[in-house]
Design a binder for this molecule. Structure first.
Ligand SMILES: Cc1ncc(COP(=O)(O)O)c(C=O)c1O
Length: 368
């Protein structure tokens, strides 16, 4: 879709990244550290400043006590943390419970690690966790659950009740829970974020994953961090040693600085995304899209059926790219198989004028 968007000079609301770089002081810290050095291999687990900052961030935001020396690992993006988790924790044939629709990198990594995916679906518009189906997806072969909260592309934030249910199942089946929480600071309407690792019984079986890319709107930096009990982190670190080993030291220094920013920064991030969400959702609603409630993340899920378009989600995305000059992604791509064919995902972490221009173009195309 991105290639097609370039060919047609289309406003690309497909790929998930902001079109404005994050805080200048964080970028300045990276620039300063680059010049000051050192620029040699940093420690495999991450520079002490960043590991300490990750631990302090968990204490400050979630009242979670973390030993930065033994319980934090830095890697090259959340994607690398996820890869190291799967390579480090899965033995061939182990089952991995996943919730669909799901972020696209999960399945290839799990399969490459020899894992067997067990899919559970949540359904729009409510995205309620189907508890019986989830329970049935567990077996004696379940090694771990991969939970994305807040969730891309569904833009769902799991309720504390749902998290407790997942935690109980993990305990009952002696499973790990790999928690992709890269959107922890992008939650809306007064919601807070509850890290699963903070729930009773989870401290020794959950891995909390964060990403500077999302928290500081600097997705190209690829700085991710994992928090887990020492014995859980050890096999993950072993995999990390031979996946990337380290992450650029100046970026680590800058992220350490950023994680210490005051509450106003983190609130400002979610407030800004929320106002973009509201403006874009209002525009889509006016055009007749069936916009699904967006509780967090950069993404909006929209039903195309009310528009009366004759075709599936993929045809629709091609159509609006070539004919209206706006690009979204077909949601069926976020399912292992047989996904619904009438939803598309828009990314709204863009400048207001870009979002407005996209709505104007869609308006011109659909309403004339
Ligand atoms: C759910 C989810 N996890 C992980 C990532 C990737 O994070 P990173 O860039 O830190 O590897 C993304 C990026 O879009 C994402 O949406």
């Amino acid at each position: 879709m991105s290639r097609l968007a370039i060919e047609h000079d289309s406003i690309n609301l497909g790929q998930g990244f902001p079109d404005e770089d994050g805080p200048v002081d964080v970028r300045q810290a990276a620039a300063d550290a680059l010049i000051a050095g050192p620029n040699q291999y940093p420690p495999m687990m991450g520079i002490p400043e960043l590991r300490e900052a990750v631990a302090l961030h968990s204490k400050h935001h979630y009242d979670l006590d973390v030993d930065w020396q033994t319980e934090v690992m830095v890697a090259s993006g959340a994607t690398e943390v996820l890869t190291s988790c799967m390579l480090g924790l899965i033995d061939p044939g182990d089952e991995v419970v996943l919730i669909e629709p799901l972020y696209d990198c999960y399945l290839p990594i799990i399969r490459r690690a020899g894992g067997v995916p067990k899919m559970v679906r949540i359904e729009p518009p409510g995205w309620v966790l189907p508890r019986d189906t989830l329970a049935m997806a567990f077996s004696q072969n379940t090694k771990l659950v991969l939970l994305n909260n807040p969730m891309n592309p569904a833009a769902k934030v799991f309720t504390d009740d749902e998290l407790a249910f997942i935690a109980d199942l993990a305990i009952a089946h002696d499973a790990y829970v790999v928690c992709d929480e890269v959107y922890e600071h992008i939650v809306f309407d007064g919601r807070g974020h509850t890290p699963l690792i903070s729930l009773p019984g989870m401290r020794d079986r959950a891995i909390k994953i964060g990403s500077a890319g999302k928290t500081f709107s600097l997705t190209g930096w690829k700085v991710g961090y994992a928090t887990a009990a020492p014995e859980v982190l050890a096999p993950i670190a072993k995999a990390h040693q031979f996946v990337t080993f380290t992450t650029p030291p100046n970026l680590q220094k800058a992220v350490a600085y950023g994680l210490g920013k005051d509450d106003a920064y983190f609130k400002g991030l979610s407030d800004e995304m929320q106002s973009k969400r509201d403006r874009f959702a209002a525009g889509l609603n006016k055009l007749g899209f069936g916009v699904i409630d967006c509780q967090g993340t950069y993404f909006m899920f929209a039903d195309i059926r009310p528009l009366g378009f004759d075709g599936d989600d993929e045809e629709f995305c091609r159509h609006i790219t070539t004919e209206a000059g706006v690009t979204a992604v077909p949601v069926s791509a976020f399912y292992l198989e047989n996904g619904p064919k009438y939803f598309v995902r828009f990314c709204f972490s863009k400048k207001i004028e870009v979002l407005d221009a996209a709505i104007d173009r869609l308006q011109l195309h659909f309403k004339g």
